[in-house]
Design a protein. Structure first.
Length: 569
């Protein structure tokens, strides 16, 4: 090729997303697409020296909750700090369209409870310049971003839009209700959504304790919506379920998938209370695919756990009676109260009354210090209980003192999901299964409890470089999982690999230096509200549609990302 390129990435080790062995070469980009790979003779208007670096496709994150953030911000952080160049929103059945003006409060309260995004942030930040789902897409389409975003039609919003208070109260849908929801779901797919999402988990509820409108939605409702989605010829069905009765629940979902004729993805997790359940669900997934269905489990590459600290939503002492007197204090005053020896003695003498909260927050052998960088596969001897025993201390007292370190900003880690065995061996089995994909990072949600948008980074560092408590995985396989496999699952054939003619979404990464640092609190949401973020280093460049959006860990200011509309549009 003699024609000058817009951008040439020179001298890197190309991990092209296909799963093939890495190879040395250059990448030339023109008009937002990969133009040439190999030894590129032509110069570029701009060039990036990738010597000693790996060059990968941009990552495709199939499970985020940036539904609100994408309406007020062009920077989809922290995912864009982690090499993600395409993010799917509208997961778990929650979102903000379609929505009639008088229903906004219901959807805001639901998102506040289900995804831990404060009501005041949503109320202040969302412009509400839409009512229908196609209008919502048009509103997103009018903005530029530092990555591409894609959408799904959320079941809870459909139910509230069609049924109003009856939908929110989880009343059975009538035939007319079902027909309206099915029509609107198909309308959303035809306007550009990449799928339909629903939640069937008891954990999803408002702060007032009201369950998500879609919990226990009847098979007839799901099947009618599924058939309408299937009639569009595109899109998938995304489901999160507790699988309390795995045989009955999976049989229902398999029938819904069959009725739709479309692929389905279900969350696949190791629950602490039933650590064997994931294997049964995975067996069902395998049998369904053998029978002609297209069902994949969505897997997280590390534990999903709550962050515990005085500056954020939860810590080990929030359920103790004495805490109520200081719970509403500003952070600095709360820290001062915790430093009072009398308050310390009083709260340590108490117990957490709620047994669920006590198990989550006071199981000292499952709470760990979170170092920088964090260890997401900590051994039992690193727990608060083990450290306390080694020091001859009471575990609760040690935990209390740890929270006051670093000016009261210390964050501890309580793995809740995927860590029942104190190892990630189960996760490795799930990750390596042919009928699973990577996901569940929940970027944009759980903003003061969980911080898993960094999972693409730690998937690379932990599984290809740093793991000591089990086997590692090949870099080329991990990159394929993070890029091509997610793109293929969403039907996005123009990205996920580095190949001539494909979209030039690319990362240049210093693999040896790649790090996701410890979570920290920032007050950068609308109204100055807090959120947990993790900064990264080692991303030398992140390129979206041929345009660098991050260089050396800093934003360039370019916003080439746009709404991705699906094939039906």
């Amino acid at each position: 090729m003699s024609e000058r390129a817009d951008l040439v990435i020179r001298g890197g080790t190309i991990v092209d997303g296909s799963g093939a062995e890495p190879f040395a070469g250059d990448v030339a980009i023109r008009d937002g697409r990969v133009a040439e790979i190999g030894k590129v003779a032509a110069s570029g208007a701009n060039e990036i020296d990738a010597s000693g670096k790996i060059v990968t496709p941009g990552f495709v994150d199939v499970h985020t909750h940036y539904d609100a953030q994408a309406t007020w911000s062009s920077h989809i952080t922290p995912s864009s700090w982690n090499g993600v160049t395409t993010a799917l929103i509208g997961n778990c059945g929650v979102g903000f369209a379609p929505c009639k003006p008088w229903q906004r409060d219901m959807l805001v309260k639901l998102m506040e409870g289900v995804e831990d995004i404060p009501e005041v942030v949503l109320t202040a930040g969302i412009p509400w310049n839409w009512e229908t789902f196609p209008q919502f897409l048009d509103a997103l389409d009018s903005r530029g971003y530092d990555m591409d975003i894609a959408t799904q039609v959320p079941h809870a919003a459909l139910r509230v839009y069609v049924m109003g208070e009856r939908g929110a109260a989880r009343e059975p849908a009538t035939a007319e209700d079902r027909a309206a929801m099915a029509r609107l779901a198909a309308e959303g797919i035809r306007a550009g959504a990449l799928g339909f999402s629903t939640s069937r988990t008891i954990a999803h509820k408002t702060l007032a304790g009201e369950h998500i409108p879609t919990l226990h939605a009847a098979e007839a409702e799901l099947a009618e919506i599924g058939r309408a989605v299937g009639a569009t010829g595109t899109g998938w069905l995304q489901v999160i379920s507790d699988f309390d009765d795995p045989d009955e629940e999976f049989a229902l979902l398999r029938r819904v998938a069959a009725a739709s004729g479309r692929p389905m993805t279900v969350s696949l997790l190791q629950r602490e209370s039933r650590p064997w359940l994931w294997r049964k669900v995975l067996d069902h997934i395998e049998a369904a695919n053998a029978g002609g269905a297209r069902i994949v489990g969505q897997v997280m590459s590390r534990p999903i756990g709550v962050m515990l600290g005085l500056e954020i939503s939860q810590h080990p002492f929030i359920g103790r009676p004495s805490y109520a007197a200081v719970a509403a204090l500003p952070f600095e005053q709360k820290v001062a109260a915790f430093r009072d020896p009398a308050f310390r003695a009083r709260i340590l003498a108490e117990e957490t009354a709620d047994p669920v909260l006590r198990h989550r927050l006071n199981t000292w052998e499952r709470i760990f210090p979170l170092n920088d960088p964090p260890d997401y596969e900590p051994p039992p001897e690193a727990s608060v209980a083990a450290i306390a025993a080694a020091r001859g201390m009471d575990a609760a007292a040690l935990c209390y003192d740890m929270l006051l370190e670093n000016g009261g900003k210390t964050i501890l880690y309580r793995p809740i999901v995927n860590y029942a065995d104190h190892t990630l061996d189960a996760v490795q089995t799930m990750m390596q299964h042919p009928h699973t994909i990577m996901g569940l990072g929940d970027g944009g949600a759980h903003v003061s409890i969980i911080c898993d948008a960094s999972s693409p980074t730690t998937t690379i560092t932990h599984w290809t470089r740093d793991r000591t408590r089990g086997g590692k995985l090949p870099l080329e396989w991990i990159v394929k999982r993070l890029s091509a496999d997610g793109a293929a699952a969403l039907g996005l054939a123009d990205r996920g690999r580095i190949a001539p003619g494909l979209r030039a979404d690319i990362n240049v990464i210093d693999h040896a230096r790649l790090t996701a640092h410890a979570p920290e609190v920032r007050y950068d949401l609308p109204t100055g509200a807090r959120r947990l973020v993790q900064r990264t280093e080692g991303y030398e460049a992140t390129i979206v549609a041929g345009v660098p959006v991050q260089l050396h860990g800093e934003p360039t200011g370019a916003l080439p990302g746009r709404l991705v509309r699906g094939a039906a549009a």
